[in-house]
Write a protein of this length. Structure first.
Length: 184
């Protein structure tokens, strides 16, 4: 018997694996959270399918999402990334990854990124139980608040919709559909 999944999951094996093993799973690892924030910023205006297909390329191109390394990227690194056909070659998004690495490291001087991020949901996953595709939200009051605060801390490409997608990916919000096997 085939597992019931969320209605947005397509037949792409990478998407199925991402849905089944990562999406909506509460995440506390700072560097993994940073990876998801970078990927969600690159996803803006594109399908997640595009990003998931290029995820390994992003990891390679961005030094395994190591914020210490990314924060030190130079103009030469930006040009290298702009020439990399394996990733999304958008200068503003590339620059935002570098800016966000710097902001991430500055924030970590006072607290873990995980503690900071999870405060927006009072350290407890929000469960929405969407019944069908029309029930999915693209933002919430929590993502609005997170977006505003991240921007105040110097982060870029962190609008409310991007923050909501990030919150879904990192398990701050469980938006697995009511009939999905991952909705538990």
């Amino acid at each position: 018997m085939q597992k019931q999944r969320c209605p947005w999951v397509n037949q792409n094996p990478l998407m199925i694996e991402y849905h089944d093993k990562e999406w909506g799973t509460p995440l506390k690892d700072d560097n993994k959270l940073f990876e998801f924030l970078v990927l969600d910023a690159f996803q803006a205006g594109l399908s997640w399918n595009t990003i998931i297909n290029k995820r390994e390329n992003f990891s390679r191109a961005f030094d395994n999402f190591d914020p210490e390394k990314i924060a030190k990227y130079t103009e030469k690194d930006k040009e290298r990334l702009m020439q990399d056909a394996g990733i999304i070659r958008n200068r503003l998004k590339i620059e935002s990854a570098i800016t966000n690495a710097k902001a991430f490291l500055k924030l970590k001087e006072t607290q873990s990124f995980s503690d900071y991020i999870w405060q927006f949901v009072n350290n407890k996953t929000i469960k929405n139980n969407p019944k069908n595709i029309k029930d999915y939200q693209s933002k919430s009051k929590e993502s609005d608040t997170m977006s505003k605060d991240l921007k105040e801390k110097g982060f870029k490409f962190v609008g409310s919709t991007i923050c909501y997608a990030f919150m879904q990916a990192a398990g701050l919000i469980n938006d697995h559909s009511a009939d999905c096997f991952r909705n538990n």
